[in-house]
Design a protein around this ligand. Sequence first.
Ligand code: FAD
Length: 283
Amino acid sequence: MIPLAFDYEVAESVDHAIELLGQHGEEAKLLAGGHSLLPIMKLRLAAPAVLVDLGRLEDLKYVRDEGDHIAVGAMTRHSDVETDPILQEQCGLLAYTTSLVGDPQVRHRGTIGGSIAHGDAASDLPSALLALEGTFVVKGSGGERTVAAADFFEDYLQTALAPDEVLTEIRVPKLVQNAGWSYKKFNRRAQDWAVVGAAAVVERSNGSISSARIGLTNMGSTPVRATAAENALSGASADSVAEATSSADEGTSPASDIAASSEYRRHLARVLSRRAVEEALGR
Ligand code: FAD
């Protein structure tokens, strides 16, 4: 449980972090809350030679109303996302999902940026950000670019971030008036990781569902959208939710592990998607 020795650098700014990443190449890792990186270093599944600490970058800790969207700085801690009044009012799904991440200790150290950059399909926030159609701002030696959540998660713990890039901001569109939302997390004990989770954003018009977006947690090597169920829900009435969400596991490839078999995860994806859409419709 003791990591291999590493050097430690403090980033004074985002540009300084990028410079340090450029100097040390793939040997370096950014350190945010350390709640995913340090456990894997202790297990020696990662052995970076240099840690570049982003902890003092106060200018990456914010939640801002930007008109049509809300911008969240990458170093904003889960506890600040969970309790932020702008997010609670305009994008309740992100605030609520964050309140289900681990326990209070984890939420007081872990950051939204660390959770996204880590790219773990079992994490709660990536699937919520897929359902919200969020975008991520990343900066590297080649400049700044934005990446849609749908294009960001590439494979198991692999994202679109280049080795010298820093995730700086998460952008979420404000939820429109007629949109309801929900996140359903199934875990074995309170505060555990999700065996499976389902995040839903549902828009209604004239008594029927005009659009539904469902993000699934832990149903493959990346967070995924339940596109077959989304298509079935589009234009459907509230009475057809059970039938439409029966395809929520289509196209997914969940693992079997000590927590659940692949087949059981598929069952959970269908049940949780139905419950999430039903709750979103009633909200
Ligand atoms: P770190 O651990 O510091 O970094 C994680 C990775 O992201 C590293 O590779 C790092 O280099 C990279 N990184 C960090 N910041 C940036 C950046 N700005 N730009 C580019 N790369 C960056 N998560 C859940 O979703 N649900 C849970 O139920 C849950 N339970 C947990 C329970 C425990 C006991 C623990 C220890 C963690 C749990 N987590 C859970 C994970 C937690 O949410 C972590 O805080 C989060 O995944 C990582 O955030 P961090 O700030 O700690 O990142």
